[in-house]
Design a protein around this ligand. Structure first.
Ligand SMILES: C[S@@+](CC[C@H](N)C(=O)[O-])C[C@H]1O[C@@H](n2cnc3c(N)ncnc32)[C@H](O)[C@@H]1O
Length: 214
């Protein structure tokens, strides 16, 4: 199964995918340090350092499943609540999120999921809300994506707590972004696995005579 993992970060969503089916993953991330660490974590994936938004447009037809996690800061409640503090000016929400959803919905023949945080405004295009994330997909998502308990992270979202939860040592990151911001970016790997499993199940159902697709 050929998978495109856009805005890959450290592959929180991708961590358990090898347990689901045989996969060939291309990951796109423009922070070179994150791309280096992603490659170290997933040596069999092809990692490309470039703009994920443009890469989607140029290469979507090459994949069976596409996961996209566009950056969330311009949509997040935290950023909205921060406007006005320390001279922070309001900014436009980055509409590339919705560009990608509409593009995938109308042009992509495979299965896709786009993930983002719960925004400070009423979200557009009918996402499914699961815990602190919103998902837009062209297949039905289970109502529970993960039964891992992340309530501790609300009280203690330290690097240490996040490292334990995501099974990754974030102190390895030596790049320019804030470590804590990066650690908070990752999707729960159990949710990532459930979503890929669901997509695989649906793809198999649509080809009933084929017992082993991938
Ligand atoms: C929300 S995080 C993705 C989290 C990821 N899905 C996970 O579960 O680990 C977004 C990532 O996109 C990267 N990024 C932001 N803009 C980008 C762009 N235009 N092209 C490629 N990567 C980008 C950031 O460096 C960050 O690592």
């Amino acid at each position: 199964m050929k998978i495109l993992n856009l805005y890959a970060c450290l592959g929180g969503n991708r961590y358990k995918w090898d347990e689901v089916t045989d996969i060939e993953v291309t990951a796109v991330e423009w922070d070179e340090e994150l791309a280096r660490l992603y490659q170290e974590r997933f040596p069999n994936d092809k990692v490309i350092v470039t703009d994920a938004h443009q890469y989607l447009l140029d290469h979507y037809q090459e994949y069976d499943f596409i996961w996209s996690s566009p950056p969330c800061p311009t949509h997040s409640k935290a950023r909205y609540w921060g406007f006005g503090k320390n001279g922070k000016k309001p900014i436009y929400p980055d509409m590339k999120l919705y560009e990608e959803i509409i593009f995938l919905e109308y042009h992509f023949k495979g299965k896709y999921v786009v993930e983002n945080v719960n925004p400070y405004y009423e979200p557009m295009l009918n996402p499914k809300k699961r815990k602190r994330h919103h998902y837009w997909a062209n297949f039905l998502l289970p109502s529970i994506l993960s039964d891992r308990n992340d309530t501790n992270l609300v009280q203690d979202s330290s690097i240490k707590a996040l490292s334990e939860f995501h099974k990754y040592d974030f102190t390895k990151y030596k790049g320019e972004q804030r470590r804590l911001k990066i650690a908070r970016n990752l999707v729960d790997y159990e949710a990532g696995r459930t979503i890929l499993e669901t997509a695989c199940g649906i793809i198999k159902q649509t080809i009933p005579n084929q017992t082993n697709l991938f």
